[in-house]
Design a protein around this ligand. Structure first.
Ligand code: CA
Ligand code: CA
Length: 127
């Protein structure tokens, strides 16, 4: 007597099904996490020099008061670039992004619990 799992057609289907399930699970998880990933303006799952450059462009765009869309590097809402949650886009946000990207953390004065999110933003962003 042979089990279903030992038949050749099932031996091919089971790994393919598992791979498909894992792929969908990973995609769903990443999509959910990236939309609230503090400092990740491009939603690529990383905070790096690309996000620093993007924030520079967003702050300049905001300061220009031009009636044009925001830079395309900003994947989400404008609020994603407000890294101290003061409802302004300024050089302070640029400095915070710079420190996140290059040092990987924020000073204890603005991030007491050292979760990598400005204390004023803990309720807005998940770390
Ligand atoms: Ca990024
Ligand atoms: Ca701000």
């Amino acid at each position: 007597m042979t089990s279903l799992a030992s038949r050749p057609c099932f031996q091919a289907i089971i790994p393919a099904t598992l791979a498909l399930l894992l792929a969908f699970s990973a995609t769903d998880f990443c999509a959910a996490a990236s939309s609230t990933f503090y400092g990740d303006l491009g939603y690529d799952g990383k905070v790096n020099v690309v996000d620093v450059q993007c924030l520079n462009l967003v702050v300049l765009w905001h300061a220009s008061l031009a009636d044009v869309p925001p830079p395309t590097c900003l994947a989400g809402p404008r609020a994603d670039a407000d890294l101290n949650c003061d409802n302004e886009l300024s050089f302070i946000d640029m400095i915070i992004e710079y420190r996140l990207a290059l040092e990987g953390k924020l000073p204890a004065e603005i991030d007491a619990d050292q979760d990598g999110v400005h204390d004023a933003c803990n309720a807005v962003f998940e770390s």
